[in-house]
Design a protein around this ligand. Structure first.
Ligand SMILES: C[S@@+](CC[C@H](N)C(=O)[O-])C[C@H]1O[C@@H](n2cnc3c(N)ncnc32)[C@H](O)[C@@H]1O
Length: 292
């Protein structure tokens, strides 16, 4: 793995721009107008805390060749949904990311993505942060998995408050751990409403590139969709969204199979990363450059 001074210098220069307007690509070709440089390549992907597979879904929606090498989630109902929708075997699945050994995948992975549990950093979740011995420490499992499989690119998604919980000391600890990986690290809070989703959903996207990479985050676009665009009917007045609508709200297509009860479907849709934001990131970084 590249652990050279280059990366450290690059990081120090970059760090001032992270999570600022200067970290956004205001002048380059808009992400959705970009053409992939190597569409013939296969993106090999692994995910942990996989949920309903937003990162896999985004590759599919972009029409890219992709292969899932591993995925996992501790919730058996999530597993049900995942198996109903993606090409995966029992051997490729792990339950607890703390117990997952990623060494067999060393050097084989384009992309590792994990939206590690976020309640511990969210204002609604009590803010135990990294002190939450179980959920707060998932970042250590994340970093170990990266160290073991050395993906070309990794993405860690979380609530924006990961930057601020416990007066910023949690992020300092997490960032210090991620820095030990020797990757070129970028981070920015993006709001899903600016990437094609009719809901305001601000999330932190931390990205690590194996080699020093000039990267600016995809610029926001005007909100094009409104909530009426995702409703199954033209019903007026207040009502709860259907599970299908909740999935649409996160950018999942009609082909996504609902394999669990409504209660679990709502929970899984609500936990998911917004698919269009991932598509924008893949287009912006030209994910095919890192394919095999
Ligand atoms: C905030 S959700 C993220 C879901 C996912 N990123 C998506 O896009 O759908 C966190 C997920 O982590 C799972 N999880 C929590 N602890 C875990 C662990 N130790 N190992 C694996 N998965 C875990 C939860 O079951 C939940 O599905």
């Amino acid at each position: 793995m590249n652990n050279s001074n280059n990366i450290l210098v690059n990081d120090q220069n970059n760090v001032l721009n992270q999570n600022t307007v200067e970290n956004i690509d205001w002048d380059g070709t808009l992400w959705r107008d970009r053409v992939f440089s190597h569409p013939e390549r296969t993106i090999t992907i692994g995910t942990s805390c996989s949920g309903i597979g937003a990162p896999e879904q985004a590759l599919r929606q972009l029409g890219l060749n992709s292969k899932i090498l591993f995925a996992g989630d501790i919730d058996p109902n999530v597993k049900k949904s995942y198996f109903a929708n993606y090409d995966i075997t029992e051997e490729q699945w792990h339950n607890d990311m703390f117990k997952f050994d990623a060494t067999p995948f060393k050097g084989k992975l384009t992309l590792f993505v994990s939206g590690i549990c976020c309640q511990t950093f969210s204002k609604a979740g009590g803010l135990a942060g990294v002190k939450d011995k179980k959920r707060g420490c998932l970042y250590t499992a994340f970093s170990r998995i990266v160290r073991e499989c050395e993906p070309e690119v990794w993405i860690m998604e979380n609530v924006e408050n990961m930057l601020n919980s416990n007066k910023g000391s949690d992020w300092k600890i997490i960032k210090e751990e991620l820095d030990t990986l020797g990757y070129d690290i970028h981070y920015q809070v993006l709001n899903a409403k600016s990437y094609g989703v009719p809901q305001s959903r601000a999330r932190l996207f931390v990205i690590g590139f194996k080699r020093p990479t000039e990267f600016l985050y995809p610029r926001p676009i005007k909100q094009e969709k409104v909530i009426c665009d995702i409703l199954e009917d033209t019903e007026q007045g207040l009502r709860q969204l259907t599970p299908r609508e909740a999935l649409r709200l996160q950018g999942f297509g009609e082909d996504f199979k609902i394999a669990v009860s409504d209660t679990y479907a709502y929970k899984q849709a609500g936990n998911s990363i917004a698919v269009p934001v991932l598509k924008a990131l893949y287009q912006q970084m030209d994910i095919t450059k890192y394919g095999f």
